[in-house]
Design a protein around this ligand. Structure first.
Ligand code: AGV
Ligand code: CA
Length: 337
């Protein structure tokens, strides 16, 4: 049966495309531990053809985040995938202690051992590269965004026609029926950080009428990084190097002050997991909009009048099923050590 399918596929494609079933994906992230773990999830999947990684220096510093991304790509034998990023300041900066976590990842021995090719001397800006990629792609591209949506919004504001080349956008951001995670003066606490960093971009994102799949705090609150899960992961790490690497990155997230505000969640990892396997969540079609001015800058709400564009929102997830899926995903990851 499989042989017949492959033969059929080759005849349809003229044999020109070696892996026609892989989904082309651009990953836009902001360099915190969770973001790099999400990159690992995407590379661990056999279904994905990763086209490029964009780094926003929001919840990280640019240099270590670019370096860690390149190391992870090298770990998965994907050195050819470009990593783009440049200095960029959001309206509200992330706390420096959180941003400094981005220095931990490229210092991990498993990543430090990677030999990297020299960085390209000249690179286009993230937005220029993104526009070009969307423009020239033969099929619509999926985007997974685990940081502020600034690059995506800029690209589409400059060239709105590129929207038709986007298959779907999975974004970790926002908080709808639950409190936010921003503690900042002038702010009322209702926003989530990715939405707060560049509130104008967040507001614009919801107005663009994209095929948007939102993973807000409503869903991610169910998946704090737990010692129970890390123990299960550690058990399989002896045999599986990708699990070992993830365990080391997650270990770096549990040393924060144990209060609700500082708990580290699987925000971006859940988003990457739902992108790969959407059935793990309950999705609701909701009309959502965002505010750009204090005291509710970056606040996302369900539009009571239903006038804002409707999007898919992950409102509930089965955390047991998610944990089991992650362990399985990391066991079958293809790597050449
Ligand atoms: O608001 C969640 C986003 C996710 O994309 N980030 C972390 C994830 O990468 C910001 C954030 C909220 N609380 C944090 C964060 C914390 N305690 N430490 C680091 N980053
Ligand atoms: Ca992030």
């Amino acid at each position: 049966m499989r042989k017949i399918l492959v033969a059929l596929l080759l005849s349809v494609t003229g044999g020109a495309i070696a892996t026609p079933l892989k989904k082309p994906v651009i990953f836009s992230q902001d360099g915190n531990s969770d973001d790099l773990l999400a990159l690992i999830f995407i590379l661990a999947s056999h279904k994905i053809d990763l086209q490029g990684v964009l780094v926003t220096p929001a919840d990280c510093y640019l240099e270590p985040a670019m370096e860690a991304s390149r190391q992870v790509l090298s770990f998965f034998d994907h050195k050819h995938v470009p990593v783009l990023g440049e200095p960029l300041a959001g309206e509200h900066a992330f706390p420096r202690e959180w941003r400094a976590m981005s220095y931990l990842i490229p210092a991990l021995p498993m990543l430090l051992r990677q030999t990297l090719p020299p960085r390209p001397a000249i690179q286009p800006s993230s937005v220029t590269w993104l526009k070009e990629k969307l423009h020239t792609s033969k099929q619509p591209i999926s985007l997974v965004v685990t940081g502020p949506p600034t690059h995506l919004v800029q690209a589409l504001t400059q060239e709105p026609a590129l929207k038709k080349n986007i298959k779907e956008v999975f974004w970790m951001g926002g908080a709808l029926r639950v409190p936010g995670n921003v503690l900042d003066h002038e702010h009322n606490g209702s926003a989530e950080w990715n939405a707060y960093w560049d509130p104008s971009a967040t507001q614009a994102l919801f107005e663009l009428e994209l095929p948007l799949w939102l993973v807000p705090l409503d869903a991610t609150n169910s998946v704090p990084v737990s010692m129970d899960f890390l123990k299960r992961l550690a058990q399989q790490s002896v045999q599986y190097p990708v699990s070992d690497l993830c365990g080391q990155i997650w270990a770096g997230t549990v040393g924060t002050i144990p209060s609700a505000h500082y708990t580290y969640f699987m925000w971006d990892t859940l988003t990457a997991g739902l992108f790969l396997h959407p059935e793990l969540a309950t999705w609701e079609m909701l009309s959502v909009k965002a505010f750009s001015k204090q005291p509710q800058a970056g606040t996302t709400v369900i539009d009571p009048e239903g006038k804002a564009p409707k999007i898919n929102v992950a409102t509930r997830i089965n955390s047991d099923a998610f944990h089991t899926y992650v362990l399985e995903l990391l066991r079958q990851a293809p790597i050449g050590l």
